[in-house]
Every structure is written in C-alpha cells, then in structure tokens.
Design a protein around this ligand. Structure first.
Ligand SMILES: CC(C)(COP(=O)(O)OP(=O)(O)OC[C@H]1O[C@@H](n2cnc3c(N)ncnc32)[C@H](O)[C@@H]1OP(=O)(O)O)[C@@H](O)C(=O)NCCC(=O)NCCS
Length: 374
C-alpha cells in the first residue's frame, strides 16, 4: 500500500504563497498529463498562477481544494476550518508530492444546500489505492459541516452506443463506462446529465458581421460590466440559472443583483479577460439576451464560452446567434492570438447546438454530470 495523507489547502497570503503555489504547480502538472492523454492538448489546464489567484475568500462561494500528498503527514501538522490537516505556505513541498486533488465550490448566496463543480483527479500510478475514496470522504465531511446535502460534479467521458453504456434521463448521448464512471457509481453518485463539449476552430471562421433583429440593439464590451448595464446583466444571469436544461441536477434559481455582478467581475477578471454582449430590447429597455467569452491570462489561444441565454419573451429572433457573432467580431479585433473556443451544452439542448453547428463547432467529447444526495 502506498503512503499518502489528505490535506486542505490553506488560503494563500498575497505576499508569500510558498507551498500553496507549489501545490497548484503540482495540480497543474497532474491535470495537464490527464488532459494531454485524454484530449491531446492542454487547453483546459489552468496555469498554477490562475488557480492561485482564484483561490480567495469570495462573497459568492466558499472555494475548497483538498489534496492527496505522497508520504505521511509531517509531525506537528494542524487542522483547519473543516477538521482536516492543512497544508500551509511555510510547509515543505515539491510539485510531484501532489498525487491527487479535488476542488469544489460551496455557493453562499443561493443553492446553499449544494456542493458544486466537484472535479477530482488522481495520478495514474497512484490509482486504486483508495485516494479517490479518501478525497470523497473528506468532501462529505466538508459537506456535513456546512449543512450541504447535494453533491454535484463532472467527469471527462466519451459517448458510447454499446450495450453497457450509461444513459442519462434525457438527450441522445449515452456514456462509455470508464474508471471515472466506475468510481462515481462506487461512491454513490448517479448520472444526472450528459454534456456536449464542443470546439470552434477560429482559423476556419469567417467572422460574419451580425445583423441585429429589428427592435434590439447589441452592447458589446471587454472586461468589467459597464455600470449602467449591471442590472441587465444580473437579470440575464438569473434567467440563465433556470433556463438551461439541467437534466436530473437539482439547481435553485440564482439570486443576482448589480453588486454581485461587480463582485463577480472583480473575482473572475483577476485571472481572465472577458468579451461580453448583451441584447437590449429598445422599446422597453429590458435585457433580452447575453453571451460571455472568457480566456485565462497566459493562455491567449484558448477561449471558453460561458453563458449564452435569450429571455423567454425574446426568443425566435436569432438573438442567440447574433450575440455570439458580435462577440466573435470583437474577438477578431482584441484577441488576435485566439484560435479555439470551447463550449459545454446539455446534450438535450437542441436550440443551442443548432446555433453552434452554424458557427462551425465540432463535438469533441461528452462529459458526465454526477449528483449524490446525502
Ligand atoms: C476516478 C479516479 C479519481 C479514482 O481515483 P482512485 O484513487 O483510483 O479511486 P479509489 O482507489 O479510491 O477507488 C474507489 C473505488 O472506485 C471504484 N473504481 C475506481 N477506479 C476504478 C476502475 N478503474 N475500475 C473499476 N472500479 C474503479 C472501485 O469501486 C474502487 O474501490 P476498490 O478499489 O476497493 O474496488 C481516478 O481514476 C482518476 O483520476 N481518473 C481520471 C479523472 C476522473 O475521471 N475524475 C472524475 C471522477 S468522477
């Protein structure tokens, strides 16, 4: 049996992150190896510096990183906010000591019953030694302490039509059984949804200028949300939280206001750049739609599509397509190094996929969404 111990990563101090940065370098290496083996690229591997800058106290969510560290816990280790051993900035660590990692968010404003966005990786040579199980036990300890009863996460997966494929409740894709699905099922999770991960090749895109439908105007900006549009942005993010098909996931409506939009910008833009478009209905002045592109600082070729939503009363005017085109026209101007856009959509979301297909997206793989009720 291999020796390891589970630690909670201390929140870094600005001046001297020490072992916290080293730990993120270990996580970056672990995730890059996984992504290269699985996808042949490291587009989705966050640089350690970005992980570090996003691991801050936030009014939006309490963020948690739990790591499996090779070897026994050093003498004198102390416990932290969850009763778990804590890895502190002054501890001795080299990146290869990190042999497993899980991170997740505890939403603070809404969805206060949930642990969200659980992502776990264990180094291949260290698998089947109980590390995943030990990390999952620690996740459940945190959940219990914070009164959370729903655990939600994702694993990178592939589509399959074989007889042993796992079928989500909705959508055309079934999931190939692999170690991620075997582990999730063994830990008591259920397949809640299949997500289509697709990629747009910007070198093959013609950057067509959008034609706004009559009665609407498109506002496009880079960086922070302009103050006069924060309320509109908040409304679209609230709508988005209930509009996208959720499969069997239990999601509550998110509570957004202008202050939360501003706080989100402060937090997210510490490690990323943004291009955002809002559609405004001119007669009423209300927000009709939103689409957001982000890229991580240090990865100029790789763009991630975040939310795209059109409010119910404004659908059927091509606003989804127009918003995405508006962002891409701006992208050609301000992010000339950008080569690819990644996006994730519920596999049952035919409307979004129809738009993405027109924009030249190709399906790369199907991810599995998992949920466990405690
Ligand atoms: C999934 C993953 C995190 C599991 O980590 P691990 O440390 O090997 O997990 P454990 O050793 O604690 O396994 C716990 C149980 O999960 C199940 N399991 C894990 N890997 C399995 C596999 N390859 N085949 C069948 N069952 C498996 C078993 O029931 C195992 O218990 P057992 O060893 O007593 O039979 C690891 O394989 C990994 O990093 N995979 C790639 C990333 C990924 O898919 N992450 C998402 C997970 S939802």
């Amino acid at each position: 049996m291999r020796n390891y111990h589970i630690v909670e990563l201390d929140q870094p101090r600005d001046d001297a992150p020490g072992a916290i940065l080293t730990a993120f370098q270990g996580v970056e290496a672990l995730e890059r190896d996984f992504d290269l083996a699985r996808h042949g690229n490291d587009d989705q591997t966050d640089p350690a510096a970005a992980m570090l800058s996003q691991y801050r106290p936030s009014s939006d969510s309490e963020y948690v990183w739990l790591l499996a560290i090779a070897g026994d816990a050093p003498a004198g280790s102390t416990t932290g906010r969850f009763g778990l051993l804590v890895l502190r900035p002054d501890d001795a660590l080299v990146p290869t000591d990190v042999v497993g990692a899980v991170n997740f968010a505890l939403p603070l404003r809404d969805n206060r019953d949930a642990v969200q966005d659980i992502m776990m990786h264990v180094r291949p040579q260290w698998r089947r030694h109980g590390i995943g199980h030990a990390l999952q036990t620690a996740v459940e300890q945190v959940a219990a302490l914070r009164g959370r009863t729903v655990l939600q996460g994702y694993s990178d997966a592939r589509a399959s039509q074989a007889a042993d494929a796992l079928h989500p409740a909705r959508g055309p894709f079934a999931i190939e059984p692999d170690e991620g699905t075997a582990f999730a099922l063994a830990m008591g999770y259920q397949l809640a949804q299949a997500e289509r991960h697709s990629v747009q090749d910007l070198t093959a895109y013609d950057f067509a200028a959008p034609v706004s439908p009559d009665g609407y105007r498109i506002e496009t900006w880079t960086g922070r949300t302009p103050e006069p549009l924060r309320t509109h942005m908040a409304e679209m993010l609230r709508v988005m939280s209930m509009a996208a098909p959720a499969g069997d996931f239990h999601f509550e409506e998110e509570i957004w206001d202008a202050a939360r939009v501003s706080a989100m910008d402060d937090e997210v833009l510490d490690a990323r750049e943004a291009i955002v478009s809002l559609a405004i209905h001119e007669r009423t002045g209300e927000a009709a739609g939103l689409s957001q592109l982000y890229r991580t600082i240090g990865k100029p070729a790789v763009v991630d599509q975040w939310n795209t939503v059109v409010a119910a009363g404004h659908r059927g005017h091509s606003l989804g397509l127009v918003l995405k085109q508006a962002n891409l026209v701006r992208l050609a101007d301000v992010w000339p190094e950008a080569r690819r856009v990644h996006t994730w959509n519920a596999t049952e979301n035919d409307y979004m996929w129809a738009i993405n297909e027109r924009l030249g997206y190709r399906t790369e793989n199907i991810d599995a969404g998992w949920q466990k009720r405690l």
